[in-house]
Design a protein around this ligand. Structure first.
Ligand SMILES: C[S@@+](CC[C@H](N)C(=O)[O-])C[C@H]1O[C@@H](n2cnc3c(N)ncnc32)[C@H](O)[C@@H]1O
Length: 377
């Protein structure tokens, strides 16, 4: 269970809470700091350390840059992990993420990180930084494992950045990977949002691509490989990008010689060195905002061959009004965090200067876009 301590709440904490908080941060650390527990003054030393800690905690209540302490309790109400978020020169920093030494290797640090990320997202904080000392191997590994990207390194510190929404999304897709195909089938069978018409979208994409006998295909958000596997079997050269390693693990089973890049759409372009005949987004571009979609589709122009095509298959409508109607119809299950392509938005954007845009509405829910590079005059 997550608890948040901030502002005046900190001044009103119970002694027992403060004791437990201190215990997480300090337990066993006297020796680590070079003091000897047999030292005649050890009790005095310990008491001074504790005093410093508590003074620091109390000072947080008045520090404008301090956002909050995040406290994770286990089922017995014991504090098992803590961390804080601090604001500094326009950036939010994750600091002091610690698990109580008696509770290591139970996944509490990861659990706390996720709870904090959800809380940050609710507060519209979308990026966090973290600075790790070069000798703290455990923390360096934790950051790498959780997809923090290194943005700066010097002799003493590594500075990491984490995109909050991408990390939350990655976790959701990792959890969904095993049952993804089943849930697509179910939604399609029920002819319901979001996957009504999925097979038609899939085979339309395959038809467009297989009009060329040989082609290099990049699938952005490859998932379990459902769309590109038939093309792979036909000998097309497939590169799949996805932020979920669990999705990629499944796609790899079906396409063992394909290339996979574990990355989010924002960072992947640095890793791509070739040009493609087709770039496919099947039910994936909607994870970006409308501006994000248009920015990415513009950048992808440089990754297309001269006659290359971007294909987008997704929940989609002609106009914003149509999308609003669809949303009302499926209000009970509508996902407010997804931005489904709308033809009118694409037509009115800079995409019209770069691509010849065509669109087919497959049914009430789904549609297919083609953005052709070579046809533009
Ligand atoms: C709904 S699934 C679609 C999978 C597949 N294309 C299909 O049609 O079955 C969306 C996929 O996009 C991936 N994804 C979502 N947002 C992403 C992002 N920002 N960067 C990279 N992959 C992303 C997810 O991990 C997931 O595998």
């Amino acid at each position: 269970m997550l608890e948040i301590w901030k502002g005046n709440q900190i001044l009103q904490l119970k002694d027992n809470d403060i004791e437990q908080w201190f215990d997480v941060l300090n337990y066993g650390l006297v020796e680590d700091r070079g003091f000897n527990s047999n030292d005649a003054n050890i009790e005095e030393i310990k008491s001074d350390i504790k005093k410093d800690y508590i003074e620091y905690l109390m000072s947080c209540s008045m520090n404008e840059n301090f956002q909050a302490y995040y406290i994770l309790r286990d089922g017995h109400n014991t504090i098992v992990a803590v961390c804080r978020i601090v604001f500094d020169k326009g950036e939010y920093y994750l600091e002091g993420l610690e698990t109580h030494r008696d509770y290591y290797r139970k996944g509490y640090a990861t659990e706390l990180l996720f709870e904090v990320l959800h809380e940050l997202k609710r507060n519209k904080i979308l990026k966090i930084y973290s600075i790790v000392r070069y000798h703290n191997i455990k923390s360096l590994n934790f950051h790498k494992k959780h997809g923090f990207v290194m943005v700066m390194e010097d002799k003493t510190n590594t500075k990491f950045l984490l995109n909050v929404e991408d990390k939350i999304r990655k976790n959701l897709f990792d959890l969904w990977a095993k049952d993804y195909n089943k849930s697509v089938l179910k939604s399609e069978k029920e002819c319901s949002y979001p996957f009504a018409g999925y097979s038609e979208v899939k085979y339309s994409i395959i038809d467009i691509i297989s009009s060329k006998q040989k082609a290099k295909v990049l699938e952005m958000g490859v998932g379990t490989g459902e769309i590109t596997k038939p093309l792979y079997d036909l000998g097309y050269e497939i590169t799949g990008v996805d932020l979920s390693n669990k999705m990629i693990e499944i796609a790899k089973i079906h396409m063992d010689k394909a290339k996979f890049i574990l990355s989010d759409f924002g960072n992947v372009l640095n890793e791509i060195t070739i040009k493609f005949d087709f770039i496919v987004f099947s039910y994936s571009i909607h994870h970006l905002s409308y501006n994000g979609q248009i920015e990415l589709l513009i950048k992808l122009n440089d990754y297309l061959k001269e006659d290359g095509v971007i294909i987008i298959g997704d929940v989609s409508t002609f106009t914003i009004e149509d999308m609003n109607q669809l949303q009302n119809k499926y209000a009970a299950i509508w996902d407010d965090e997804e931005y489904y392509p709308i033809l009118k938005k694409y037509q009115l954007s800079q995409l019209a200067n770069l691509y010849k845009l065509s669109y087919v509405q497959i049914n009430e829910v789904a549609g297919i876009y083609q953005l052709r590079k070579g046809d533009i005059k």
